[in-house]
Design a protein around this ligand. Structure first.
Ligand SMILES: N[C@@H](Cc1ccc(O)cc1)C(=O)O
Length: 431
């Protein structure tokens, strides 16, 4: 039961903590919650820390509630935003809620026979029947505008340097999140809320409401927002795209690579934050890493643990296999085992040409394939020369001048991988 805060502290997961929170957690099984607004149909790596916090809670015997913000998603959290956001339409929101719900489910234990079974709620369920008049009378009356205006999320939009101002809609956001905490306190006995450090303002509006309406006490802590040693933004791939938890948006291979590419400094910090390895295991790993940094053991372990956590063991194995394909240690069989998404992710940026299926049916000689059909090599004579010197592979297998490419050579029924020497790749897409 106890020890949760201590553990979060050495992992670097505590930013601010409300007095009494550690005592509360040491005293009894505590119900605590964290909310996720549906701003896309998938969560991205930025949401992993709150998810992991929910998991730590449950591992320490407390009861986690994951809240999906169906109602708050309709308003839009102004926290950290310098300008008013566009409202999402209901159909889009519905899709987003479903996506996020399905993802959160995977990380927690919902087995109701256990006292600390996780629970998933959607704040739309209690907000949808709340009339404006009721809300204004029963919630709004307890919080002054002066109090609300003192929050950073509001202050930054009222100052002289803000040209955009803030709508009444976004201004009310903190009251809705605050009411969630009050509602969960009353109906499910939730005494704790946590989130990223930027959520402190919204969370304390909740503890304030609990105090004023119920004469009760709510507790809270926040975790630091993940930063990178080089100052760039955490959560983007090499190409600058978001790294999502949904494998259709970010392939497990890319996800694996994202963690593998972290710097030494960052991975030393992240291994504590993002994995469940204990202090001894981590210290040992860090020591090993310091003596042989070129082996990138920290990065590898980080990438392994997270890929398993988010995508499972099978996808981790695929991701490792895919990573080896690019570095030449793999066979045709390994290449064939990649699914189409992973194949494209591994060979992202490799030049491509399209060939029609009919043409391939009767077979095309490799010299033509390499030269005029693809443009991979500049001429037939260059193709002959490279083939003679044994430099050309098709799907990782060396071929000679007599080789004919046919539909039997397709990977994922669609691709052929051409290679000259070690590192020059070319992809044929057959349509
Ligand atoms: N405001 C939180 C999400 C949230 C919504 C409702 C809550 O009750 C709690 C948290 C965020 O943007 O990350």
């Amino acid at each position: 039961m106890s020890g949760l805060i201590q553990e979060l502290q050495w992992r670097g997961l505590i930013h601010t903590i409300m007095p009494g929170t550690e005592e509360q957690l040491g005293k009894e099984m505590t119900t605590g919650y964290c909310g996720f607004d549906p701003t896309a149909d998938s969560l991205h790596v930025g949401s992993l820390v709150p998810i992991i916090l929910l998991m730590h809670m449950q591992r320490h015997g407390h009861k986690p509630i994951a809240l999906v913000g169906g109602a708050t998603g309709m308003i839009g959290d102004p926290t950290g935003k310098s300008a008013e956001r566009n409202l999402l339409d209901e159909e889009t929101l519905d899709k987003f809620i479903k996506g996020i719900h399905g993802q959160l489910e995977r990380f927690l234990d919902f087995d109701e026979s256990k006292p600390n079974a996780a629970v998933m709620v959607n704040n739309y369920d209690w907000m949808k029947e709340f009339s404006f008049i009721d809300f204004a009378r029963t919630v709004g009356k307890h919080i002054t505008v002066n109090y609300m205006m003192a929050k950073d999320s509001v202050k930054s939009r009222l100052g002289a340097d803000s040209t955009v101002g803030m709508s009444f809609t976004e201004f009310t956001y903190q009251l809705i999140q605050g009411y969630d905490f009050l509602h969960l306190y009353k109906t499910m006995g939730a005494k704790l809320q946590f989130g990223g450090s930027d959520q402190w303002g919204n969370i304390t509006t909740g503890t304030e409401l609990i105090r004023r309406v119920e004469q009760g006490e709510g507790f809270a802590f926040t975790c630091p927002l993940t930063t990178k040693a080089d100052g760039t933004k955490f959560g983007k791939s090499e190409g600058g795209e978001n790294v999502w938890l949904d494998s259709n948006r970010t392939s497990p291979y890319k996800f694996y690579q994202f963690w593998l590419n972290q710097s030494d400094d960052d991975s030393e910090k992240y291994i504590k934050i993002y994995t469940f390895l204990n202090q001894n295991e981590i210290e040992e790993l860090v020591q090993k890493h310091k003596t042989e940094p070129h082996l990138r053991q920290l990065q590898k372990r980080l990438a392994e643990e997270l890929t398993i956590l988010v995508h499972g063991k099978e996808e981790l194995d695929n991701a490792i296999k895919a990573s080896e394909v690019l570095f030449g240690k793999s066979t045709t069989e390994d290449l064939k085992s990649l699914n189409s998404n992973t194949f494209l992710a591994v060979f992202e940026g490799v030049p491509q040409a399209i060939i029609s299926k009919e043409e391939l049916n009767s077979g095309i000689n490799i010299i033509d394939v390499l030269s005029e059909k693809s443009g991979f090599l500049t001429s037939k004579s260059e193709a002959r020369r490279e083939l003679k010197s044994n430099a050309i592979s098709v799907n990782k297998e060396k071929v000679g001048e007599e080789f004919n490419l046919t539909t039997n050579d397709l990977l994922s029924e669609k691709y052929v991988l051409l290679q000259k020497g070690k590192k020059n790749y070319f992809i044929l897409i057959i349509e």
